[in-house]
Design a binder for this molecule. Sequence first.
Ligand code: GLN
Length: 221
Amino acid sequence: MKFAIIQFPGSNCDTDLLWAIKDIMGAEGEFVWHTADSLAGFDGVLIPGGFSYGDYLRCGAIAAFANIMPEIKRFAAEGKPVFGTCNGFQILIEAGLLPGSLIQNKSLKFVSKWQGLKVNNQSKFSSNYDSNEYIELPIAHGDGQYIADDATLEQLVANNQIVFTYENGNPNGSTQAIAGITNATGNVLGMMPHPERAMEGLLGSDKGKKMFQSILDNFGE
Ligand SMILES: NC(=O)CC[C@H](N)C(=O)O
């Protein structure tokens, strides 16, 4: 599979994502600048973290109108995998590809640490994990508090769209401790934690690998 890693002014985990998908997972990957208008030849989209456009207006709000976004929306509508971590999650929400909102952490403070998570393995992005597996991944954000109206939350639960929830503390005050969700059709995933920073034991953990392996297994030929 060949993945497009979308770069915006202010992206900062783009190289980590490319390294994760290419060097660790052995798939193909290439950077795509936000002004591009085609994803021809790609099988998946990875949107990195960072501070696109300096987080101005709201995190992800300006990136959601980038030239490449209509193409990412087409890609998502065709059922191809679209993944966003941290600022990538914020961009997917601002673009309307995922429901709800991400607002400032309840503490009003930026939080950067390893965070416990529980994994729901009933998704195409998590099927390689054990049922309810406990993992720890790095988080680093100021605006990670997930909120949504009651109808949206009910739909997320009923449709099994909540993939990652915080365990051992809720670092940003997210509703129902939500850390990552998919869209209704299960091919777009956004999450605040950074699996691309947990790809080998030497760096603290390789628990992020199962997420990328799930994408390769479930969306590859
Ligand atoms: N690490 C990130 O991607 C940060 C996301 C966003 N800029 C925030 O502070 O919430």
